[in-house]
Ligand binder design. Sequence first.
Ligand SMILES: C[S@@+](CC[C@H](N)C(=O)[O-])C[C@H]1O[C@@H](n2cnc3c(N)ncnc32)[C@H](O)[C@@H]1O
Length: 437
Amino acid sequence: MSSPLLDWFAPCPRGLEAPLAAELDEIGDRHVDNAPVPSGALSVGAQVPGGVHFRGSWVAGMAANLHSRIASRVLLKIAQGQYRNEHDIYDLTHRQRWKQWFTPNQTMRVDLTAIKSPVKSLEFTTLRVKDAVCDRLREVAGARPSIDTAQPDVRVFAFLTANECTLYLDTSGEPLFKRGWRLDKGAAPLRENLAAGILRLTGWTPGTPLFDPMCGSGTFLAEAAQTALDIAPGMERRFGFEKLKPFQPMTWQKLREAAFQARNAAFAAQPDLNIFGSDISGDMLEKARANLNRAGIPRLMLKQLDERNMTPPTDAPGILIANPPYGERIEVRRRGPRGEIRDTGRFRREDEEAFERAQPDPADTEFFISLGNALKQRFPGWRAYVLTSDRKLPGLMRLRESTKTPLFNGALKCRLFRFDLIAGSVRNRPAGDQPAE
Ligand SMILES: C[S@@+](CC[C@H](N)C(=O)[O-])C[C@H]1O[C@@H](n2cnc3c(N)ncnc32)[C@H](O)[C@@H]1O
């Protein structure tokens, strides 16, 4: 599985394309250029909404799967062509040499995403892609693969624009945010790759104090501590490429061994992690402890504490990161007139708009005023980052943000607000800017 060079696409949560491109570049420098097997280079290509293109050998694809904290998957591009209708898509798919990738004895599933595509039915087009793969395999290998939508051996992705169809093979299998360490979920856990991307957006680097005062199941803590301890995010899981025909187990074994050695070297150096978490809920802290344990992280300092009473865990200022419990209140507000929960998965636009207009309830207001006060009074010199779907949050906290970065937590549009808590004189909102009390 070394050369030739192949085209890859790594999807990611929207808003994290630039951090993912930077991460892939680092993976290239660190794990592909220095791979223990001949590997070529990894060159990062265009960033598009929701992902980053890159080029490289199979080693680059495997290294991206093993080491990327931000990508949701790593897809191998196998064909691209113009189309006008479903027949053209069938023909393009049917022309591909599927037999070189997998056998008819393996199960598969097809997924299709489209932007501005003229096709009438995405379901029908997905079926045509599936038929084309099955027909081709039956013609050349004498049998067709079975479909398994739950746990397929092989996943084929089709991506349609207005006139172009791209076919990908998924090399990840389960999405990459499933690292294998999370069994205890807690109330509203962040996806691991969103947390990792946010950490990168904050500019945090290992050794700098990091404090999550509403740590929940410990996602930020686990991602940061694994980074500091050089624990590859994919070390404990399996990948889709292991089921593809070109898979070379020896090469993969060498990449994994190199990752284990890097982790052992980092542990031997006994770094001072300087990573701290607290939460008001003892149950959540138990879940966080269990998750951190499974993620291979030695005991971190976790404290049961109301954010109102929080104090800096270190003398030196650092980075505070928080994902307050606003999302759970959104769920409550999304109940229908008779209290029924509506649209728990995807929210309806009118619900979104009604929510945007809604005034914060008194409990929210009190919570965020005290969070703002705690930051202003006790965290001079720190940089605080708060992820929320509520764009009025800086007003509620009586603080002015330095930056705000739009991000998507699943389908929910969020913002990552940055507050610079300047020692001596906090950047408060001017009086006229403050919401009425
Ligand atoms: C959205 S969850 C955070 C999820 C976390 N980022 C994760 O990935 O698991 C919000 C957390 O805030 C905690 N919390 C709520 N009120 C709090 C308070 N007053 N002080 C500290 N933590 C609080 C909840 O227990 C919950 O764990």
